[in-house]
Design a protein around this ligand. Structure first.
Ligand code: ADP
Ligand code: MG
Length: 374
């Protein structure tokens, strides 16, 4: 994304908008955000089909979903960069439908660094204040404070090309926060960074968010990232929210097959459902979420299966053959083939090292599972 200083309509050049409290320390009072039945269409495509989401003051919500499910559209609707066809957006209880993007007090950080290449870190951070005609002394003080907040106090004179990707995103974060927005929106801010920096920076974003108490929506397609940082995660699919809950709720009690599949890894085993139970290879398991009947696919986590390498195995163990096994550092994942040819992944201790073609037994730990009709 190329941005020039004169391109003032560009989203990257209008971080936040006229935040309250021009003086005093950089603290931000938590703001409630409510999206009610938001619909957005592009031509005949319904990018958002009635999205409702309530975010508490100071809450960190991750919007998680596959590419194209409408995450960016939702952030743009919230920020005012995109007009919606129906529904309302309430910030602190006030409908902002008619409020322009630069008057909504929202700070944004994008995936691409989107810094002005010909401006220093300090000048980049100051930009939103300059647009608001904040005087030079106050600007300098606030830019320094924001850079300090993101751990770049001594990097103010550097140009973007003199900063690493992670540092550039820190500057982008400082630039989004310097106007003291009521809400912070981050659209896949870590996607362009390497794995280690990604983890560091997400912890940093979380620390800063907590410190400021700023209501935050963090968009990602990476489920691990969402689970690691958010108070609550909203899982989106095809323009709608499938489930919203704490990371634990989503992982342990996915309410739809899509969520069970997208959040964490699930095996797909054939089963026959009967109300609240499903029979998989002759073993009865409890069904989570909606009950079903007839032939279904049961979604079972690799950690809900157990390998039993003893000959014969326990009474309730199922015979299987090892296809392969991967060492993953803190655990091992072994792929097995059941007698009917179905493949499944079993997660287990690294000290167990099954070899390909070995005959093993697999046990269900008996945790409830989500089913999907076949
Ligand atoms: P995500 O951020 O989850 O990857 P987006 O919100 O960018 O998804 O897009 C959601 C859907 O809307 C996609 O199918 C995309 O192609 C479509 N879309 C997004 N922006 C536009 C646009 N300006 N014009 C037409 N279609 C669009
Ligand atoms: Mg997107």
């Amino acid at each position: 994304m190329t941005v020039t200083l004169h391109d003032t309509d560009h989203p990257a050049s209008t971080p936040g908008g006229g935040g309250p409290g021009d003086t005093g320390p950089l603290t931000i009072k938590g703001t409630a955000v409510e999206l009610v039945d938001i619909v957005k269409t592009y031509g005949s495509h319904r990018a958002l089909q009635g999205v409702t989401l309530s975010i508490n003051p100071g809450e960190f919500v991750a919007l998680l979903g596959p590419s194209g499910c409408g995450k960016t559209t939702m952030l743009r609707a919230l920020s005012g960069l995109e007009r919606v066809d129906a529904g309302s957006i309430l910030i602190d209880g006030t409908d902002v439908a008619a409020v322009a993007a630069n008057r909504r007090d929202i700070g944004m950080v994008f995936q691409s660094y989107s810094l002005f290449p010909h401006l220093t870190a300090t000048q980049n951070v100051e930009f939103g204040l300059r647009m608001r005609r904040v005087d030079a002394r106050k600007r300098a003080a606030r830019a320094a404070e924001a850079l300090d907040l993101v751990g770049l106090a001594s990097f103010g004179e550097r140009y973007p090309h003199e900063l690493s990707g992670g540092q550039q995103q820190r500057v982008a974060l400082a630039r989004a926060l310097v106007t003291r927005p009521r809400v912070l929106l981050l659209d896949e801010p870590l996607s362009a960074l390497d794995a280690k920096v990604r983890v560091q920076l997400r912890e940093e974003i979380r620390r800063i968010q907590r410190e400021l108490g700023i209501t935050t929506v963090f968009v990602t397609h990476d489920q691990e990232e969402a689970l690691a940082v958010a108070d609550r995660v909203a899982v989106m699919n095809a323009g709608a929210i499938e489930q919203i809950g704490t990371p634990e709720e989503l992982y342990l009690q996915p309410s739809t097959p899509f969520v069970a599949d997208f959040v964490g890894l699930s095996n797909r085993l054939p089963g026959v459902a009967d109300g609240d139970e499903v029979v998989v290879f002759g073993r009865r398991l409890t069904v989570l979420g909606e009950s079903a009947s007839g032939e279904v696919t049961a979604l079972i986590r690799p950690e809900d299966l157990e390998l039993d390498e003893r000959a014969g195995g326990a009474d309730d163990a199922l015979p299987a053959v090892v296809v392969g096994s991967s060492f993953l550092g803190s655990m091992r994942r072994t792929t097995v083939r059941f007698e009917d040819g179905t493949l499944a992944s079993v997660q287990h201790d690294v000290r167990d090292r099954p070899v390909p073609d070995a005959a093993v037994h697999v046990r269900f730990k008996g945790r409830p599972v989500v089913v999907r009709s076949r």
